[in-house]
Design a binder for this molecule. Structure first.
Ligand SMILES: [Zn+2]
Length: 142
């Protein structure tokens, strides 16, 4: 936020006020946030799919566009809201602890399939690529 012109005192005031509001609204349960893949063990915000820590800069940076396919009014940032449990017809999934911040590209991969199903699919993709000799994992299972 400092890089984008906000004063440190304003940043701290905003953070303190937002945390207070979250506590008042019972939206600040660390255990639930960690179980939901929203925070890691160090209480840092993480992407629900790749589990990388998220930087606040991602909220301010627009997505890089492919050369030749640029649109002038792109408003997609590198981070966006991510459903932990995928949306399903007839199920109310717009609820606390079911929305986290994640990478736009990770959210695109998960689509409406859900995180667990996406990880299963990725595991199958990796197995097929390894078995086919197209990919050598950096880390081998122990
Ligand atoms: Zn990610």
């Amino acid at each position: 936020m400092i890089k984008n012109g906000m004063a440190e005192s304003d940043i701290m005031r905003r953070k303190t006020e937002k945390l207070k509001q979250c506590q008042e609204l019972h939206l600040f349960d660390y255990k639930k946030l960690k179980q939901s893949r929203i925070l890691n063990r160090e209480a840092q915000t993480i992407c629900p799919l790749c589990l990388e820590e998220i930087s606040g800069e991602g909220f301010l940076n627009r997505l890089q566009q492919a050369e030749g396919r640029e649109v002038p009014d792109l408003t997609i940032t590198q981070l966006n809201l991510f459903h932990i449990q995928e949306l399903q017809i007839g199920v109310f999934n717009h609820r606390p602890y079911n929305l986290g911040w994640g990478h736009h590209h990770c959210n695109v991969v998960v689509r409406d399939a859900g995180i667990e199903q996406t990880l299963d699919w990725m595991d199958d993709v990796l197995d097929k690529n390894i078995d086919g000799g197209y990919f050598t994992p950096k880390k081998r299972p122990s």
